[in-house]
Design a protein around this ligand. Structure first.
Ligand SMILES: Cc1cc2nc3c(=O)[nH]c(=O)nc-3n(C[C@H](O)[C@H](O)[C@H](O)COP(=O)(O)O)c2cc1C
Length: 183
């Protein structure tokens, strides 16, 4: 089982990175293969709403804005499951997570059962390291995204500075369970 972990903070040593590491530990412990992607190290720009609002994403299920999106789209769709980890910015996903998930949704949401993400389990983690607020609104938009791409919500986990220690254990356990459930 290959699980792709998409982490989206510029901070390599922060709460988001710790959550991604915990997910990797859980996946590996269950005998799965973990592939980490640090979105902020890639060039994935925002959706350009090409032409009249839809570009090639609607019919061809490919984005016509050429950057690192295309290879990441392929890597994401070839994984058996996803872990999405974002810092909470203004109660939302980070800008890099939003850019990638927006474009991926446009490519995969209109494919019905043909979506490469159809039924795949997604573990979504929202890391709020500031006020600790906004985790639920962030997870709410992540849950809608999971529904739009026809994937399956495995779990939605909020983490803040105060819950960090026990939530890292929870992420480890959730990632392990995600792999075990698929076997
Ligand atoms: C633009 C911006 C907006 C933020 N908004 C929130 C917020 O709504 N709630 C919160 O708890 N923290 C907020 N923070 C703090 C981040 O969630 C915090 O830095 C988090 O730990 C990021 O993960 P990191 O440790 O990986 O950088 C914000 C940070 C930035 C840069």
């Amino acid at each position: 089982m290959k699980i792709i972990i998409i982490s989206s903070s510029p901070n390599k040593d922060g709460l988001t990175a710790a959550c991604a590491d915990a997910a990797i530990e859980g996946i590996v412990k269950a005998g799965g293969e973990a592939e980490l992607v640090n979105l902020n190290e890639l060039k994935v720009g925002m959706c350009q709403a090409c032409d009249n609002g839809w570009g090639t994403c609607l019919e061809q299920h490919e984005c016509q804005v050429l950057d690192d999106f295309q290879s990441l789209h392929q890597r994401t769709c070839s994984a058996d499951g996803l872990v999405l980890v974002t810092p909470v910015y203004w109660g939302e996903m980070s800008e890099s997570a939003k850019a990638f998930t927006d474009r991926l949704r446009r490519c995969e949401a209109n494919r019905d059962e043909e979506s490469a993400l159809c039924g795949k389990p997604v573990l979504a983690v929202a890391a709020a390291g500031g006020s600790g607020g906004g985790m639920i609104t962030c997870l709410g938009s992540m849950e809608r995204w999971i529904q739009h791409v026809r994937a399956r919500t495995f779990d939605l986990l909020p983490v803040n500075r105060w819950s960090r220690q026990y939530k890292l254990d929870t992420i480890r356990a959730a990632a392990k369970a995600l792999v075990q459930e698929m076997e």
